[in-house]
Design a protein around this ligand. Structure first.
Ligand SMILES: NC(=O)c1ccc[n+]([C@@H]2O[C@H](COP(=O)([O-])OP(=O)(O)OC[C@H]3O[C@@H](n4cnc5c(N)ncnc54)[C@H](O)[C@@H]3O)[C@@H](O)[C@H]2O)c1
Length: 382
């Protein structure tokens, strides 16, 4: 039976543009009945990025350095846009106004004002589907955590921690790139790059911070400029946010710690979530991607149980139950959730992608963190 196809254009063929292409190329990996993505158009200012796509995707019909060609094409239905943060506002607004559906990237606007202007256009375009990428909830261990939280296995919440940590900047000889330049990456620094990944599950669970207190650090103040000299590196390397939240299930308040670090020794793209409660606790980290840990609190001694969970994610796949899951799988699962938005009658996916409204919350958290660090005070969000 032929399945509905959604023809995509990618704008921005860098690190993430290629992940998108690869996820589309092996769509047969998913055993799902949702619509199928077809890569129809590609766009980047840098023509050198076209080759890998042209070599691997005979379906491409539009290749361009001008994203307006993607927006004006009547053979493209939707756009995945993965460009530097300073371009989000202009490109996302133009994409939505063109009537193409949009899967955008975080932070979804370089700052809260840009995010607001994107939101205004979304509100005026109800027929356009708009979501933002965040793939870590689609790891099987994160799915298990979501199920565990929704089952309220924690009793009363004691503390929640969620983080996304990197260590590549520990190499002080690594040249500066756009993610370390305020004008292009934004004032949020590491939070703009990594923060939404730590907000997605907590926000979806209803754990919106009531207040934020932040510690931000700029540790690597200069970096090689790639031309033999040194350049000022003004962005925040590390951010620790101490939030106070309210559990909507019982009205009790609890602390939530959100960590985003570029200088975290030993961590390579390590995303984690830990939930501690009076009745039970659970933790998952991509550092140990097969394992889901949980404990039930009974009496004075508690012992962690480790379960090797295999590749069981939201959408079934051809992967055997004993095999492992990785980042590219999580990206494909994330895209699978987006494809469910195109189903007749709307999405039936149990964990839809980040909504535009959730990006607003994410910006409120990060903007409060900047203010908190500047003033040394806790900032209220209610
Ligand atoms: N979800 C994730 O896990 C994840 C990981 C990394 C980056 N990102 C996000 O993805 C986005 C892109 O990041 P990246 O790491 O892929 O960056 P990148 O630098 O690897 O790629 C960006 C690409 O955009 C192109 N570009 C710049 N201006 C353009 C324009 N006007 N028209 C067309 N193309 C243009 C560049 O030439 C480059 O190829 C950012 O928003 C970033 O925060 C998400």
């Amino acid at each position: 039976m032929s399945r509905k196809e959604i023809r995509f254009g990618i704008i921005g063929l860098g690190l993430m543009g290629k992940e998108f292409g690869s996820a589309v190329a092996r769509w047969c990996h998913l055993l799902d009945d949702g619509p199928v993505p077809v890569l129809t158009g590609i766009c980047d200012m840098n023509e050198a990025s076209f080759g890998w796509f042209e070599d691997n995707f005979p379906s491409i019909e539009v290749t361009t350095t001008d994203y307006q060609d993607i927006l004006s094409s009547d053979i493209i239905d939707a756009v995945y846009c993965a460009v530097p943060h300073n371009l989000h506002e202009k490109l996302y607004i133009d994409i939505i106004k063109s009537g193409k559906h949009l899967l955008g990237e975080k932070p979804f606007g370089i700052d809260i004002e840009a995010n607001k202007r994107i939101m205004d256009v979304i509100q005026d375009s109800p027929s356009v589907i708009v979501k933002c990428n965040s793939e870590f909830p689609y790891f099987p261990g994160a799915k298990r955590m979501i199920d565990w939280i929704e089952g309220r296995n924690f009793g009363r919440l004691i503390e929640v921690k969620c983080g996304f940590n990197h260590s590549s900047d520990m190499d002080l000889t690594k040249p500066i790139n756009w993610k370390r330049i305020i004008e292009i990456n934004g004032e949020y620094g590491c939070m703009g790059d990594l923060g939404l990944h730590t907000h997605h599950i907590p926000l979806r669970m209803g754990w919106k911070p009531d207040s934020v207190f932040a510690e931000l650090s700029n540790i690597s103040e200069q970096r090689p400029d790639g031309k033999g000299g040194m350049a000022e590196c003004e962005t925040w390397d590390n951010a620790t946010l101490m939030c106070r939240c309210t559990d909507p299930g019982n009205g009790k308040s609890f602390p939530m710690i959100l960590e985003t670090k570029r200088m975290s020794p030993g961590d390579t793209n390590t995303w984690f979530i830990e939930v501690y409660g009076t009745g039970g606790s659970a933790r998952f980290t991509t550092h140990d991607p097969k394992a889901f840990y949980y404990l039930e609190t009974k009496g004075k001694e508690q012992g962690w149980t480790r379960v090797d969970i295999g590749p069981a994610s939201f959408l079934p796949t051809i992967t055997g139950g004993i095999f492992e899951f990785g980042f590219s799988d999580s990206f494909q699962q994330m895209l699978g959730a987006f494809m469910h938005e195109f189903k007749e009658g709307g999405s039936d996916h149990p964990f839809p992608n980040v909504s535009p409204e959730e990006t607003v919350w994410s910006h409120q958290i990060m903007t409060a963190a900047l203010e908190s660090h500047k003033t040394g005070k806790r900032v209220s969000l209610v």
